[in-house]
Design a protein around this ligand. Sequence first.
Ligand SMILES: NC(=O)C1=CN([C@@H]2O[C@H](COP(=O)(O)OP(=O)(O)OC[C@H]3O[C@@H](n4cnc5c(N)ncnc54)[C@H](OP(=O)(O)O)[C@@H]3O)[C@@H](O)[C@H]2O)[C@H](O)CC1
Ligand SMILES: [K+]
Length: 510
Amino acid sequence: MKILTAAQLAEADKVTLEKQDITSEELMERAGTLVFNEIHKRLQGAPIPIKIFCGIGNNGGDGLVVARHLIQHGYEVRTFIVNYSDKRSEDFLSNYEKLKEITNDWPELIKSKNGFPEIHTGDFVIDALFGIGLNRAVEGWPADLINLINTSQAFVLSIDMPSGLAPDQVFKDGAVIKAGYTLSFQSPKLSFYLPDTMEYVGDLQVIDIALDREYLGKVDSNIFLIGKEEAQSLYRSRKINSHKGDYGKVLIIGGSYGKIGSVILASRAAMRSGTGLCTVYIPECGYDALQISIPEVMVLTDQNSKMITKFPSDFDADVFCFGMGAGTNEATANALGEFLETQKKPVVIDADGINILSKNKSLLKKMPENSVITPHPGELKRLIGEWKDDFDKLDKVKALSKKFKLIIVVKGAHTFIVNNEEVYINSSGNPGMATAGSGDVLSGVITSFIGQNYSSLAATILAVYLHGSSGTLVSDQLGYESLLAGDIADNIGRAVQQLFNRNPEPEQKN
Ligand SMILES: NC(=O)C1=CN([C@@H]2O[C@H](COP(=O)(O)OP(=O)(O)OC[C@H]3O[C@@H](n4cnc5c(N)ncnc54)[C@H](OP(=O)(O)O)[C@@H]3O)[C@@H](O)[C@H]2O)[C@H](O)CC1
Ligand SMILES: [K+]
């Protein structure tokens, strides 16, 4: 699914009015009615005190439409106009008049802190203060109101955006509504998925308000949300008439004394993801452990017993993966440098492999095109330095991807896959996956798919999605705490099966 910017949504709005020959007030009525329907479906007429806080722009106008429908359906509603500006939008004003026509309980005007109502734990608060028109931090008494709502422990439903959050930028130190549920129009917004802002969104539902299909189809978005449908479209099933040579020969290089488990996990994940032939290259100390833990994998050993000092020079693999548990010893770093001198096929570099790249930035130039690196936040910081905010981080990652033609997997609650200007945001997974070895498994799955002849980008997107949905399949049974990285590897096959069954998607909630 495309993720649109505020500017693209405003354009979609404009095109829709022209093409569908409707007024903006009619579009607002459509959007507000759909929000009302969702609320009504859940509340079923329950006598819950509802407090709707409306701004003076079109987000506030949506709030007024919802208020009108709720009142007409007999709900107990108090509507507040949060008068943070005199510049009321036209559609806000017409809906203000419409609301006054149907009730004697006219909206109450809030102009300062003195006008704040009491908000109780059992209240149902609808936040229609600001939407995608937010262009600066919310400060002063409107910020105090947001803080009052946030501390009230009332349930908060935000219309389109949690107020105070902007779709494509971040305003430092402004107040932001912490929603329990967000009903967002047409497209999810980028800030819903970024580490610093995702916590404001609560559960997310995107409502199709039928903006112009042609515009939505054609609009040039670089940001995509990856869900079941997208993963399905990337997956290629096996031919009946095939043999192990059709499914890739991979070589995974890594490990050091005490960290052989990382290579066991990566190779197990590669095998569980369909690799035909998997060989590992490890320091000699890991030989027995590897052979015993995973007999399907072939083992080559370095001449050094405790670390990698040389890469096998004459091994012909379809794809190489390096880094997990490898340490950052000079000998290991030199071995990687030497290997990259001659390497032409994409490589997957993880963990200490990335730390070696950070310490020896000249190696980045030697990385073959379409190689994949998979940094967690600490590794990313070592690679690109500090960032001001999540948007700045994304710009820096895009620049790095572009400069060295790399696919960069920015791991997090929502993993981002960056390929030049394009950003793919993963929607699967859960907090139980924040566990040792989870990244080793992911590298194994990515390597496996590249070995099976997926493009590096397709392999990475599919691997990240399946890794997440496998994690959710496991935690659904064991809970978050008990999930082990090895379980993620072992359930990749079930995650593939789930791509094609009709059960609801095992996606992450914000
Ligand atoms: N296409 C769609 O998705 C549709 C969206 N709808 C709804 O419309 C809003 C966007 O409405 P808009 O009127 O553009 O903007 P807001 O309601 O978000 O904001 C109102 C005004 O607030 C001012 N502003 C901005 N930031 C601040 C701030 N920090 N403090 C105080 N005031 C602020 C700003 O005006 P200024 O001139 O003062 O800068 C805004 O204009 C969208 O989110 C949907 O809810 C339609 O109803 C359906 C189609
Ligand atoms: K809002």
